[in-house]
Design a protein around this ligand. Structure first.
Ligand code: ATP
Length: 353
């Protein structure tokens, strides 16, 4: 175990009425990092948060905080606070009293409460809003009140369950910066749940990708984007061209009816593989200069690039992001470096093939 692991799951399974929601999940989280649980609806993200918070217990396996088992430790005895999707603020109380709530429950002295609430509101840039009613606050401000209410308790871990999903895109992007910055300043562990892959890539130190009750991959945003371990991850994170292929030998892979040099090794000769090439790693050339020939089927202007879709001679679909324009019906060449080819073992990702 790492020295500063604050939370550890060991073989954690969670079932509801016989339905396996988490299946033998193990991981560690360190102090002071920004973690994101990412995955499609129903993959078990909220269940992990509920297990960490102590709202529910594992069916099997053990959860440790600082190396101590906590399966039976109640929620109010854990150094964990949660910011919920709907914020769960008290509409009849003003901002100050919403933030002070947990401290009053703990029967803290009034002077200490004033000091701590002021500090928490300062942290989320809401100084001066103490006497406002919740109804008079915007969506982004309510979000910040909810965060202040959680951090005022000085938790070791802050759980955030899709906290930005109610906000419009512009505010959401602003709050992404704010939350990330807040986490850095506070230095506490944030565990953030989202099903938005761009949000996860932008905010996290480490991402856990969940699917069908299993962690498919964990790593830094860059690791996961550059080196997805299976089809599910490659497809879920960013846009990808994913093709079935065969490893001829190390550093030589066959797909789309041709052989290409690549930088991946350690495979069995003739091993079946999946090949990923990101759309931005494809370059449009004259047909005779490309590694593949593609007939352009559609084109969309996306502001920073054109999104071009076409088919090669074998009927494989190709998505290309390019600053160069192409004409529908035109034959183009696609060039890519050996480094752009990412070869993955055909691993079971829980999906029916
Ligand atoms: N208390 C419960 N009783 C029975 N089934 C539950 C319960 N809580 C969750 N589930 C089921 O467990 C599965 C995982 O739920 P969970 O809320 O963890 O998913 P999620 O990844 O957070 O999804 P979403 O993004 O939609 O919130 C779902 O199929 C859900 O219906």
């Amino acid at each position: 175990m790492k020295q500063d692991a604050i939370i550890r799951f060991e073989g954690v399974t969670k079932q509801y009425d016989g339905l396996v929601v988490l299946d033998d999940v193990s991981f560690e989280m360190e102090k002071g990092k920004f973690y994101t649980l990412l995955g499609p609806s129903g993959c078990g993200k909220t269940t992990i948060l509920r297990l960490i918070a102590g709202f529910t217990e594992p069916t099997e396996g053990t959860i440790y905080f600082h190396g101590q088992p906590v399966n039976h430790v109640p929620a109010n005895k854990r150094q964990v606070n949660t910011v919920f999707q709907d914020y769960a603020l008290f509409p009849h109380l003003d901002v100050f009293e919403n933030v002070a709530f947990g401290l009053r429950v703990k029967k803290m002295k009034e002077t200490d409460i004033r000091e701590k609430v002021a500090e928490a509101l300062q942290f989320v840039n809401l100084k001066g809003y103490e006497n406002r009613r919740i109804q008079e606050m915007s969506g982004g401000q309510r979000q910040r009140v909810a965060i202040a209410r959680a951090i005022v308790n000085e938790p070791e871990v802050l759980l955030l369950d899709e906290p930005l999903s109610a906000l419009d895109l512009k505010l959401r992007t602003e709050m992404q910066y704010e939350l990330r910055e807040l986490q850095r300043r506070l230095g506490i562990t944030f565990i953030f749940v989202t099903h938005d892959q761009e949000e996860a890539l932008a905010m996290s130190d480490q991402i856990f990708i969940l699917h069908k009750g299993k962690i498919q991959q964990s790593g830094t945003p860059k690791d996961i984007y550059d080196e997805p371990v299976n089809r599910f991850v490659a497809d879920f994170i960013g846009e990808s061209n994913i093709l079935p292929g065969r490893m001829v030998q190390d550093f030589l892979v066959e797909f789309a009816g041709k052989r290409f040099e690549c930088v991946d090794g350690g495979f069995q000769p003739n091993e079946q593989v999946d090949v990923v090439i990101r759309p931005e790693d494809l370059e449009i050339t004259a047909p005779e200069r490309g590694k593949l020939r593609v007939q352009v089927d559609s084109q969309l202007f996306r502001g920073v690039h054109y999104e071009i879709c076409g088919y090669d001679e074998n009927g494989n679909e190709w998505l290309v992001h390019s600053t160069k324009k192409a004409e529908v019906g035109e034959e183009i060449g696609l060039y890519f470096e050996a480094e752009a080819i990412h070869v993955m073992r055909v691993k079971d990702d829980g999906d029916e093939k």
